[in-house]
Design a protein. Structure first.
Length: 139
């Protein structure tokens, strides 16, 4: 449904919402709660207008970056998922994104360089998007 809205009412904003912009800053984090992988999967831009992704256990609201993380966006594979491994490996392939019925990725096997890249991504997301919760395993 959101693709119809985007088609009929396209956004005039053309700048990269993930780029550093002195006029844009993430608000103080507001923790809304805990997200299991299943609960997080709903916030993918299709099932819900909001788009959330997890990075290193924190859940970020990246809805402002819809053109990148939303349906048909270049990073849409991350929407509603833990994006940590994909970001660490600089890969957007689905093989690096766990589905909601798999355990949370423990990030085993990442090299020190991969971990550093992931830390840099986490810092970027903290500056740009509000934290809305924590990623937790299914009970």
């Amino acid at each position: 449904m959101s693709f119809i809205k985007d088609f009929l009412f396209p956004s005039v904003k053309t700048s990269d919402p993930t780029a550093d912009d002195s006029n844009t800053s993430a608000k103080d984090p507001v923790v809304e709660g805990e997200f299991t992988p299943r609960k997080l999967s709903v916030f993918n831009g299709h099932d819900d207008e909001k788009i959330f992704i997890a990075v290193k256990g924190n859940v970020f609201d990246v809805t402002a970056g819809r053109q990148f993380y939303g349906p048909s966006g270049p990073y849409s594979n991350f929407a509603g998922h833990d994006a940590s491994r994909g970001l660490a490996l600089n890969s957007f392939e689905m093989e690096n994104v766990r589905t909601f019925d798999q355990p949370i990725d423990n990030l085993e096997g990442l090299t020190p360089q991969d971990k550093e890249a992931l830390d840099n991504w986490e810092e970027h997301f903290r500056k740009k998007y509000p934290i809305v919760g924590k990623l937790v395993p299914e009970k």
